[in-house]
Design a protein around this ligand. Structure first.
Ligand SMILES: [Zn+2]
Length: 167
């Protein structure tokens, strides 16, 4: 069976499908258009490697409100095309910097070069409950689909969350 380079066969395997909870979350990601643009641009600039970064803002009952996004280094040089490893030193530095500011790190974004904006089993393995996980698909160097995910209430799968783009 042939598949598009943008939807590699593995994304239809049972292992990959088991990562997804088909029901949509009632929470949403509220994010400025400028932040979405920045994530797309970083994904294109980093192609064919995965890029990653942090979502900064506030978490409330209705969902995540983002005020800033900040790219951090992907430390995985061995499999940078399909893995990312967020620089923990950068994480700690930004976390410290935000203390007392009323804002905090509430999510992690990353890119999927030539793959869909859907989380992989590896993504599930490293995901934290309560965090928002936007994924941008980069096809042949151009940003396409951008979707956001979070761990469901059962803590077992990713649920897609709606993105509300703000000015
Ligand atoms: Zn991923």
């Amino acid at each position: 069976m042939t598949t598009s380079v943008y939807e590699p066969e593995r994304f239809r395997s049972t292992e990959y499908l088991a990562v997804l909870d088909e029901t949509e979350s009632t929470s949403q990601l509220s994010i400025p258009a400028s932040c979405l643009k920045k994530i797309r641009k970083e994904g294109e600039a980093g192609y064919p490697h995965e890029i990653c970064g942090l979502l900064i803002g506030n978490l409330a009952e209705q969902g995540w409100t983002i005020s800033e996004v900040r790219q951090v280094d992907n430390l995985n040089s061995e499999r940078a095309a399909d893995r990312f490893e967020l620089d923990p030193a950068a994480y700690q530095r930004i976390d410290r910097e935000l203390r007392g500011s009323g804002r905090e790190i509430i999510g992690v974004y990353h890119s999927h070069p030539n793959a869909p904006a859907k989380p992989s089993p590896t993504d599930l393995g490293s995901a934290w409950e309560g965090f928002a996980y936007p994924i941008v698909s980069i096809c042949d160097g151009k940003a396409s689909d951008l979707r956001c995910w979070s761990i469901n209430d059962a803590g077992s799968r990713f649920q897609q969350i709606r993105i509300l783009e703000t000015a």
